[in-house]
Every structure is written in structure tokens, then in C-alpha cells.
Design a protein around this ligand. Structure first.
Ligand code: UT7
Length: 330
């Protein structure tokens, strides 16, 4: 039977214990606490241990979301992991998480790569699959070990990112007008080379030369990405509100992708939505890519920032360049 609505039944998140501060980074590259805080708002980020994988973090966040939802792994028939840092190129990180959580064999398990917009893409995908009536409970996880793909000599990127995972459990409901009300997803594929990893894929398989050149690490044109982020997130937020006949005033809490405080401030200004409606934790985690939105969502819920009946807007951008927004009524 097709459910009337698709709702978030539980959330969870996990961050590795090792903290890397701006002062620590200033010992490694030519940067400073003042530069990083004033340009990004980031004060520290978490680093996975050498033997801690994306799937380890994903499984920990997933287990917390299941507990929060009051469900068992046996109840899950759909598992999506949004990530650009899967443990292996093949098979999917989702299959490794399935094994770690003992999710049943009849569950569909796959990864989704939309970079930092990945969680919103995965949420939309899971909700559509549950709306079809063919799946009952989805575990949707955003997880990244971004530290593994950074060039630790490149000060323009290594200061921005962190590791972690966030998860949600999604199910159907017979109550109308709750849960995922609308989404807006899109991409500007012509701008692929503004944020990408040149080598290590099938186009340029890793060679000693590509590794020596650091071509298996993230390359980014920061200024261009910044401009795209502000424009795309503002449009994605505006479009979704218009689509639902709502205005910014109706939003109780915004969960933005936690990339840069200045990007969030610009969106707050353009949407005329005060900063106190935005949930921000980038000062503690930096940009955790696909994990950023679900970690922030979990922390916002646990901090009492989201209550029954509230309207939450999630909005993100990322490599691709992708963007996405989602409106949730709790
Ligand atoms: O999820 C998507 C991930 N990507 C993003 O979110 C990136 C979006 N872009 C940004 O957040 C910003 O563009 C950055 C934080 C990356 C850079 O800030 P900016 O204000 O755009 O700085 P900039 O790139 O224009 O660089 C200004 C100066 C340059 O020096 P010169 O050419 O003026 O002498 C850089 O070399 O700052 C220098 N710089 C640094 N200085 C100290 C760049 N990185 C650093 C650093 N520490 N870490």
C-alpha cells in the first residue's frame, strides 16, 4: 500500500574523537587561526583514526538513528549511503554498512554520489521509493572520511573539511501534509572542474606520477564555488518555498550545508531570514560533505531546535556542481 506521507522516524550522528584545531593546521601549512575563522567560521574539525573507515562512521550513526526511531536493523529494507569517500571503489559502502549493522539480505543497498548535496538527494530518493509502496523503512546515511582525499599541503582546501556521519530512518505515514513536503534537486555539470579529483577514477587510473602530483586529492576553485554556493542555495530555497506557496517567514529552522559561515550569512541576507533560524555547527566540524546536513539535523533535533509541527528547510550545494533543498514538516 502506498503511504500518504514519508516521514523522518529517527536521526543519529557520529563524529570521530580526534579534534584538529586551526592552531594544529597552522603548524602544518602557511595559515592562521585568524584567517580560517574570519574566512570560513571554522574553528576545529574531527579526524577519523587511520583504521576508522567511512563505513564504520556510517554504521555508528545508523545504529543511533535506528535506536532513535525505535526500530531494529531487521526492519530496514532500503539502505542508501551518500558519500564521495566510500571505503572501496567497489562494492558500495552501503553493502559494507549492511554487513556491519546486520541489515537483512532483502534490503536494497546502494551508494549515491552527489557530493555535499548527497544527503538531500538520498533523502528524496528514499522518500520516492517509500512513496511507491514497495519499501517500508529506509536508512539514509551521509558519511565521509574526507581527510583521506585531501592534499594536506594545499592550504586552500585542507583547512575546510572534516570527517563524520549522520543518519535518518524514513518511513511512511497515513497523516497527510507531514514529513517531506517538497524537494528541489539540480546540477550544473558544465562546472565539474571547479571542484573535483582528477585521478584515481577510470578516466585517469592512479599511477605513480598521478599520486606524486597529488591528482588523487581534491582540487577546488574556491572563489567560483563560493559564488555558485550562494546563488544555488538561495535559488533552491526560494524555488521550494514558492512551489509550496510559503515564504521565508514560515521556516522555523534552516539546516544548511555547513561549508562556510560567510555563505550562510549571505543566504540569510538574501532570503531575509535571520541568522538565529539557521542551525550552525561548522565551527566544530568544518565541512563534512554529505554528512554535514544529517549531522546538523540530528544535533538540531537533540538540542530542541526542531519541534512537532515545525517547518525545516534543508539546503545544500556541492561538487558536480549539485544543489538541493528539502522542506520537512515535523
Ligand atoms: O562543499 C563545497 C566545498 N567548497 C566550498 O565550500 C568552497 C567555497 N569557497 C570558500 O569557502 C572560500 O572561497 C575559501 C574559504 C576557500 C577561500 O576564501 P576567499 O575569501 O575566497 O579567499 P581567496 O581564495 O580569494 O584567497 C585570498 C587569499 C589568497 O592570497 P592572495 O592571492 O590574496 O595573496 C590565498 O592564497 O588568501 C590566501 N589563502 C590563505 N591564506 C591563509 C588561501 N587559503 C589560505 C589559508 N590561510 N588557509
Amino acid at each position: 500500500m502506498r503511504p500518504v506521507s514519508t516521514v523522518i522516524l529517527g536521526t543519529g550522528s557520529y563524529a570521530p574523537s580526534r579534534v584538529l584545531t586551526n592552531a594544529d593546521l597552522a603548524k602544518q601549512v602557511d595559515t592562521s587561526e585568524e584567517w580560517i575563522v574570519s574566512r570560513t567560521g571554522i574553528r576545529e574539525r574531527r579526524m577519523a583514526a587511520a583504521d576508522e573507515s567511512t563505513s564504520d562512521m556510517a554504521a555508528k550513526a545508523g545504529a543511533k538513528a535506528l535506536e532513535d526511531a525505535g526500530l531494529a536493523a531487521a526492519d530496514i529494507d532500503l539502505l542508501i549511503v551518500a558519500t564521495v569517500t566510500p571505503d572501496l571503489v567497489m562494492p558500495a559502502c552501503a553493502c559494507i554498512v549492511q554487513r556491519k549493522l546486520a541489515i537483512p539480505h532483502h534490503a536494497a543497498c546502494f551508494d549515491l554520489n552527489a557530493a555535499c548535496s548527497g544527503f538531500i538527494y538520498a533523502l528524496d530518493t528514499a522518500c520516492a521509493m517509500i512513496s511507491s509502496g514497495r519499501y517500508k523503512h529506509a536508512l539514509v546515511i551521509g558519511a565521509e572520511k574526507f581527510s583521506a582525499i585531501l592534499d594536506w599541503k594545499d592550504r586552500s582546501t585542507c583547512i575546510l573539511f572534516g570527517d563524520g556521519a549522520g543518519a535518518t530512518v524514513i518511513g511512511g505515514s497515513e497523516t497527510p501534509n507531514i514529513g517531506l513536503l517538497a524537494t528541489k534537486l539540480g546540477a550544473y555539470g558544465e562546472s565539474v572542474d571547479l571542484l573535483y579529483i582528477p585521478a584515481g577514477g577510470s578516466d585517469q587510473p592512479a599511477t605513480p606520477a598521478s599520486i606524486a602530483a597529488g591528482d588523487h586529492c581534491v582540487k577546488m576553485k574556491g572563489k567560483e564555488v563560493f559564488k555558485f554556493a550562494v546563488r544555488a542555495m538561495e535559488e533552491a530555497a526560494r524555488d521550494i518555498l514558492e512551489q509550496e506557496g510559503l515564504t521565508a517567514d514560515h521556516i522555523d529552522c534552516v539546516i544548511p550545508h555547513q561549508a562556510n559561515l560567510r555563505i550562510i550569512e549571505a543566504i540569510s541576507q538574501y532570503l531575509k531570514l535571520p541568522m538565529d533560524r539557521f542551525f550552525i555547527n561548522l565551527d566544530r566540524y568544518g565541512n563534512t560533505s554529505a554528512a554535514s546536513v544529517p549531522i546538523a539535523l540530528d544535533e538540531a533535533r537533540r538540542a530542541g531546535r526542531i519541534k512537532r509541527g515545525d517547518l525545516t528547510l534543508m539546503v545544500a550545494f556541492g561538487a558536480g556542481l549539485t544543489y538541493g533543498s528539502a522542506l520537512i514538516r515535523w
